[in-house]
Design a protein around this ligand. Structure first.
Ligand code: KIV
Length: 271
């Protein structure tokens, strides 16, 4: 008897069906082959190759410095580690804001050079034309509203967005505009839970929240935050599932001790 071992891959359609069925979507960031392999095998639905690579991989203060070439390097490494989940790649700052042709060219480079399945970009009405042009070319687009880190110098702070009615109202309209332009999902970052719930209900496409409460159709966290690799970043919305900083420090300290004392390698650990 042959067993059908075909893997059921997650697609943008799967995410839409999950919303319709009330099944929550799990998303996590990854930036390299090894962690992508672990997350995919663990059963994650979506891996986001976020431009947060600029912070957690390169040590920059903001997401602004990372380049399209650097995102392509990270994304192609992630794609090689994945069998099942959907891989979404951020368009970095400066690679799409100029005009819709620039946005399309950047999206095409991501798709051709990484093997990723979708791109993500930040903003609402300002990028709606670009979203439409990219989607019309056959590339799935995930939107991103609320706290959009590429605009940090406009905001001046990483605090909760859309607490005031004018900004909340723009966000509601932007979400509908992105859906009309063809986005298949939208990340909602750091906005009041009640607003995220209202937006999620008003849309046919799924919302993926980060600091946007439990009514979103899915959740995303940055891997370095949820695994406790970062120790300084502890916002209220973050749930830390591992204390990797402490555990890795302990392991490396033990290794140093073993080398210094000539305990490592022992007889069984040599040829
Ligand atoms: O770059 C990133 O990691 C992101 C998430 C915070 C959604 O955009």
């Amino acid at each position: 008897m042959s067993v059908n071992k075909e893997i059921k891959k997650i697609t943008t359609n799967t995410l839409q069906k999950m919303k319709a069925a009330g099944e929550k979507i799990s998303m996590i960031t990854a930036y390299d082959f090894s962690f992508a392999q672990i997350f995919d095998a663990a059963g994650i639905d979506v891996i986001l190759v976020g431009d947060s690579a600029s912070n957690v991989m390169a040590g920059h203060e903001t997401t602004l410095p990372i380049t399209l070439d650097q995102m392509i390097y990270h994304a192609s490494s992630v794609v090689r580690g994945v069998n099942r989940c959907l891989v979404v790649v951020d368009l970095p700052f400066g690679s799409y804001q100029g005009n819709s042709k620039e946005a399309l060219n950047s999206a095409i480079r991501i798709m051709k050079e990484t093997g990723g399945h979708s791109i993500k970009l930040e903003g609402g009405s300002e990028v709606a034309d670009s979203v439409k042009r990219i989607v019309d070319t056959g590339i799935p687009v995930m939107g991103h509203l609320g706290l959009t880190p590429q605009s940090i110098y406009k905001f001046g702070t990483y605090t909760v967005r859309a607490k005031e009615e004018a900004e909340a109202d723009k966000l509601r309209k932007d979400a509908l505009l992105l859906q009309e332009a063809g986005c298949y999902a939208i990340v909602l970052e750091k906005i009041p839970a009640a607003l995220a719930a209202e937006v999620s209900k008003s849309l046919l496409i799924p919302t993926i929240g980060i600091g946007a409460g439990g009514a979103c159709d899915g959740q995303v966290l940055v891997m370095h935050d949820m695994l406790g690799i970062n120790t300084e970043f502890k916002p209220r919305f973050l749930r830390q599932y591992l204390n990797a900083h402490e555990q890795v420090t302990g392991a490396v300290q033990q290794y140093i001790k073993d080398v210094k004392s000539s305990d490592f390698p022992n007889e069984k650990e040599q040829y």
